[in-house]
Design a protein. Structure first.
Lengths: 821, 200
């Protein structure tokens, strides 16, 4: 195991034991973003931008009905249209009844003859010379639809006699991965009740819930709801397939492109070593689409069409097509909470009904508090809406429940919500003393993360001066003033695996060799920062081009996991490369006719160090040679002058290393406690005449353990806040109830935050070093957008003295709460 | 325009259908009688200037300016996000005004001066460096649209206030939420431009 480094953790309970005392690059501001110029100047290439010679465009027929089956279809007029090169039908013998199997275990029919939501890609796909011709051909397809009854709301779907949302649905057979991912088998094919997702149990029991209620001074009961919303990502979905004989090459707008090698292998029975993946920049991602088995379908379809036509085929979704999936916190929860007068929560009972996908809503109470008694029941219904998945995090349901419980308890007890938070901070029913001992015994710094976050945030927003009893402060402009607060743990749910190589080129520059889809989190730069830091190189001598298929598995690309996992890989390759480089600098290269003396004769690797891309002797730093000189310091191959070494390869073994790292499973294994916390504060004004909420200030405080790129952390803080506030206030898919047709599948009527929608945002980074990631870091990509999605409820209550527990908090709901609508 | 019959080539005038025995004869006829250049332009032919380069190109009536720029001319910095004038990603400058290229028909752009993000970058406009420095991009898809809108603002108003910057960019959507960085970068770029003017 030459690739192993003992000081690096491979046990998920461990953390980084190799943290330098001082840093040259890690944590430094002002390091130029590698992707910055390309993205600002329009040079960055996205899949949507790629055109290949002879390329065809494929577009999809979509269902006009919420639930329908195709009884018959006439595609002859479409096929006859000039410029149409192929039409693939659902009843084509090659695809009929066949399913796409993803590595996540799910299955979808490749092109089904039935639809279970309006807008679903169904029945036929056309490949033509242009997108316009393909779309025109779609309009010429005559379809005989069997319209079926449908159900849109999960509560309705679970009632007896409700129409079946998906009559063709068959539970996953036992022994398959899909079945493993479902804790129960639901009620089978004749019911809308689905198995609970992600392997959670349908009922979670922790402690004794009835005992918890008996210990309480106050029982609080309420209901809260979050309506369907979605990703609305920047670049509409697309992908390209091109066949070159037995090899296939694909271009993908996808966060998990490597998965498609598997899919291509499954579908076409071609070896994975004959599939090449290109992963251009992605125009926003946030998970979502990539986690849906459905995302495999268009790529498979384009591969079939490309094979049949002998031409590259680019499949494209239009903006409406892009609205086919949503975030998984489509949920209604009944809450019953017990609390003591001093703010100690004794019991939390939840009953949650989800649509199309579920998660464990009580998770944050378990991971994050000393609450001793928890009970959570999950019901999952399938409805005639698009699939739901994790869009910027599956932790939305637990964040939703967590913020609602803490807000309501503080309000009922007439306490400052920050005090209630501190009162209940802990883990798995244990208090802060237990957690301090855990930190001590596991070698973490012992700091009170939540207290630090709350103190910093309160000071920044002026909490002590501004917070007031609910509904008690009217501003001179007639609006009602409110202060909001939410908290939870940081996203230390680090998981996944990463593999990368590192090569020192003959000119002394360093290439990171890895495939990693870009999602905008400045990963290319931060990976280079770590490598440069550990190897002793200048940052400008290290480069990472994430989009190339280097035939290594994809590094974990998920927003909050990538750096905490892949950062270890970078540390490992850098340390291994340093070792090899210093060995080369002190070793003689033996040739037949002569020997090449070492760059540092008579010295051992441990006598040397590297700084600023220069190798120097520790005892005499003036004895130095640049890395470029050392790696190029060869006689040259064959009889060519040594400059040819770069072309013909070097006479010494190239400095090439590789490393792999796995971090956790789902990151939530019992006993692997979250140690870092986050807290968010806001100040709002509610217009009592219009019901509009103006967010004047938000303060984000995140204990990220260690910020490797502070600007990137801040980007996730304010960026997540814009997304969270948009979700909290206005983002919602709206269906026409009588027809089940989505009414606002466009970026005019689906409203996410613009520049004018949030006042000022102040970002505060706390660094306690208590993360499991490299340098004690935690992930930060997903959490702020998720947690701030439930920030406004407490602020609106503080402003108007009434709860609006139905997200998004649109003006009509606020007016209704004020008794005005 | 020309046909060969019995070994003789005849040239017919595309304006009046008269025929001539030689190319010189028809050329002289068109210049004298029709008072125009030699040949009529085919339908859909437009001339325009993009980033100071002249183009003469035949466009279909349904082509948008975005499609012409991005798909036909390969200037892929101009991006398509909403496809109906709601997001600003496809913004280009036309005769000094920021316009949405997904909502503009190419055929209407005859004689126009267009500037895209590629032109702004090629001219080393300080906006680009300030955008990089201030991390104005995450996924980067909408970024060129912001840069172009900002350039159009600074062309018109070299000393904008932060409020004016925010107003000028209010029509540009960014799903990653990079919004707070743009005014900082643009105000900084305005300062740099001012310094350049003073040096000159």
């Amino acid at each position: 195991m030459g690739q192993e480094l003992k000081e690096m953790p491979n046990n998920p309970m461990e953390h980084d034991k190799y943290i330098p005392e001082t840093f040259n690059l890690v944590g430094k501001r002002g390091i130029r973003r590698i992707d910055g110029y390309r993205k600002a100047s329009g040079k960055a290439i996205y899949t949507r931008d790629v055109q290949l010679p002879g390329m065809l465009y494929a577009t999809f027929l979509t269902s006009p009905y919420a639930s329908a089956r195709i009884k018959g279809m006439n595609t002859s007029k479409a096929e006859a249209l000039p410029g149409v090169r192929a039409v693939l039908r659902y009843d084509d013998p090659e695809i009929r009844g066949k399913k796409v199997i993803s590595t996540y275990g799910g299955e979808e029919e490749i092109l089904s003859g039935y639809a279970y939501f309006q807008g679903q890609q169904v029945g036929a796909v056309v490949a033509a010379d242009t997108e316009d011709i393909a779309n025109e051909a779609l309009r010429l397809i005559e379809v005989e639809w069997e319209e079926r009854p449908f159900v849109l709301e999960p509560e309705d779907a679970l009632e007896s006699g409700a129409p079946l949302a998906r009559p063709e649905w068959i539970p996953a057979p036992k022994g398959t991965i899909s079945a493993d991912l479902s804790a129960t088998q639901g009620e089978g094919a004749g019911s809308n009740k689905l198995p609970v997702s992600f392997g959670f149990a349908p009922v979670l029991r922790f402690g004794d819930i009835e005992k918890g209620f008996k210990e309480a001074d106050k029982i609080i009961e309420f209901k809260a709801r979050r309506r369907y919303h979605g990703c609305a990502d920047a670049e509409m979905q697309s992908g390209i397939t091109r066949w070159e004989g037995e090899c296939v090459e694909v271009w993908l707008h996808h966060q998990h492109p490597y998965e498609h090698k598997w899919t291509m292998h499954q579908w076409f029975d071609i070896p994975m070593n004959q599939v090449k993946i290109n992963s251009p920049y992605n125009g926003a991602m946030f998970g979502g689409w990539n986690w849906i088995d459905y995302s495999m379908i268009p790529q498979c379809v384009s591969a079939i069409l490309a094979k049949r036509t002998g031409r590259p085929v680019k499949w494209v979704f239009n903006r409406r097509d892009d609205f086919t999936f949503g975030q998984m916190d489509v949920m209604t929860t009944d809450f019953k909470v017990g609390a003591k007068r001093d703010g100690t929560i004794t019991a939390v009972k939840l009953k949650t009904v989800y649509a199309n996908c579920s998660f464990e809503a009580a998770l944050h109470f378990l991971e994050n508090t000393s609450i001793p008694h928890i009970y959570s029941e999950t019901l999952l219904a399938q409805v005639n809406r698009g699939p739901t998945m994790a869009i910027r995090c599956e932790q939305a349901p637990p964040s939703f429940c967590f913020s609602h419980v803490f807000n309501h308890v503080a309000a009922e007890l007439k306490m400052d919500p920050t005090e209630v938070a501190l009162k209940n901070d802990g883990t798995e029913g244990e208090d802060m003393e237990y957690l301090a001992e855990f930190k001590r015994s596991h070698g973490f710094p012992v700091r009170d993360s939540l207290r630090e976050c709350i103190e910093a945030g309160k000071k920044a927003i002026g909490w002590d001066e501004k917070w007031h009893p609910p509904g008690s402060k009217r501003l001179p402009n007639g609006r009602m003033h409110g202060m909001g607060f939410v908290w939870t743990h940081e996203w230390d749910s680090t998981r996944g695996a990463g593999v990368a190589g590192l090569l020192i080129q003959p000119d002394g520059t360093v290439s990171i060799i890895a495939l990693r889809s870009d999602i905008g989190v400045n990963a290319e730069t931060t990976y280079c920062q770590i490598v440069a830091e550990e190897l002793g190189m200048r940052i400008e001598d290290v480069f990472f081009r994430q989009q190339d298929d280097v035939y290594l598995p994809l590094m974990t690309p998920d927003g909050s996991c990538n750096l905490t996992t892949n950062g270890y890989v970078m540390k490992k390759v850098a340390k291994l490369a340093k070792k090899k480089l210093l060995e080369l600098a002190t070793s003689t290269v033996h040739l037949i006719e002569s020997d090449i003396p070492p760059a540092f004769p008579g010295m051992k690797p441990e006598d040397l160090d590297i700084k600023e891309s220069v190798i120097y002797a520790k005892v005499d730093p003036s004895n130095k040679k640049s890395v470029a000189e050392v790696v190029k310091d060869v006689k040259g191959s064959v009889i060519l002058p040594r400059e040819y070494a770069a072309i013909q390869n070097t006479t010494h073994e190239p400095i090439f290393v590789w490393a792999w790292h796995r971090q956790g499973r789902l990151g939530v294994e019992p006993g692997r406690h979250h140690l870092c916390r986050q807290a968010h504060f806001c100040e709002i004004e509610v217009d009592p005449e219009t019901g509009e909420i103006e967010v004047t200030k938000v303060v984000n405080v995140n204990d990220v353990g260690k910020a490797i790129s502070p600007e990137a952390v801040e980007g996730q803080q304010y960026g997540g806040t814009y997304m969270g506030i948009g979700r909290n206030r206005s983002e919602e898919y709206i269906w026409d109830k009588p027809t089940g047709v989505l009414l606002n599948g466009n970026l005019i009527d689906y409203k996410f935050s613009t520049m004018g929608d949030v006042g000022s945002i102040e970002t505060i980074i706390v660094e306690t070093g208590m993360g499991y990631g490299p340098y004690g870091s935690v992930g930060v990509g997903e959490d702020i957008g998720t947690v701030t999605s439930y920030l406004l409820e407490s602020a609106v209550y503080n402003a108007i003295g009434k709860w609006v527990d139905d997200g998004p908090l649109t003006p009509d709901k606020v007016l209704k709460a004020l008794g005005k609508a | 325009m020309n046909e060969t019959r019995n070994g003789l080539t005849r040239y017919s005038c595309p304006y009046c259908s008269n025929t001539f025995d030689s190319f010189e004869a028809i050329k002289s006829h068109i210049i004298t009688d029709h008072k125009t250049e030699l040949l009529p332009e085919p339908e859909g032919m437009i001339k325009l200037t993009i980033n100071a380069q002249k183009y003469k190109i035949r466009v279909e009536p349904e082509w948008t300016l975005y499609y012409l720029i991005h798909d036909q001319l390969g200037l892929t910095g101009t991006k398509l996000m909403c496809d109906h004038g709601a997001c600003g990603s496809c913004t280009v400058i036309m005769n000094g005004r920021a316009i949405l290229s997904c909502m503009t028909l190419a055929i209407e752009c005859d004689g126009k001066q267009i500037e895209t993000v590629e032109g702004i970058a090629a001219a080393n406009h300080p906006l680009i460096e300030e955008y990089v420095k201030h991390h104005c991009m995450q996924c980067g898809y909408c970024t060129p649209g912001f840069v172009v809108a900002a350039k159009a603002l600074l062309d018109k108003n070299p000393h904008p206030t932060e409020g004016e910057v925010r107003e000028a960019l209010a029509g540009n959507l960014c799903r990653c939420g990079t919004y707070p960085q743009h005014p900082k970068a643009i105000l900084e770029a305005a300062k740099k431009l001012q310094d350049l003017v003073e040096v000159k």
